[in-house]
Write a protein that binds this ligand. Sequence first.
Ligand code: ATP
Length: 221
Amino acid sequence: MEKNSEKNLKLGLFGGTFDPVHYGHINAAKEIHNRFNLFKTIFIPAHIPPHKKIPTTESAHRLEMVKLAVLGLDVFEVSDTEIIRDGNSYSFQTIEYFKKLYKNKIEPFFILGIDIFLEISTWKNYPYFFSESNFIVMNRPGYTSIKPEDILPSDIASEFDYNHEKNSFKHKSGYYIHYVNVTPYDISSTDIRAKIKKKQETTSLISDKILEYIKINHLYT
Ligand code: ATP
């Protein structure tokens, strides 16, 4: 597929709960953005993520925190499409939404961590979206022992050709799943929420402006 020609903009779609957004998200997204020469990466906070427990923090707060996190980072944007869609946040609808928005002139790259990708067979409309988007699966501390050959659900593995050198899987549709190592950031939102509750230090995990937002709005206490 062409690279960022006018007809084919490489668009990163990074969904998540972001409760709260942290340096793991931002730094990994920066690495992916540069490595894949994306034209833009859009952060998409989920309203109700179907494969996670319902977040305790209101969508509006999670959205606001992501907006603060990308402030000044020109290649990043935030979308409220899943939040205003209401109900469950299904990724296939999000991919369709952005294709329509860009009048089919984008090549989507759906970005997610290995922890989430390993649950992909439980997603609505699985395995339809492998014919609709590329996937970038980021490694994450705690998952390093998983071999690339083992990340695909077995019922669809035959639909892909694995390229050892590139560590990517080519789907019969022409789209790819890229399994990539990003600098390991041993950071999770769960850990941050627990630390804030216990009034522990979080300055190496989230930015000051987000910590300030959390304090002002009495989140995670
Ligand atoms: P929680 O602890 O509440 O489960 P989280 O830290 O995993 O949250 P999410 O908002 O669920 O954060 O993550 C959004 C996406 O970013 C997911 O696909 C997740 O796998 C990925 N991700 C989160 N943290 C990291 C990290 N430190 N390194 C790489 N990917 C990450």
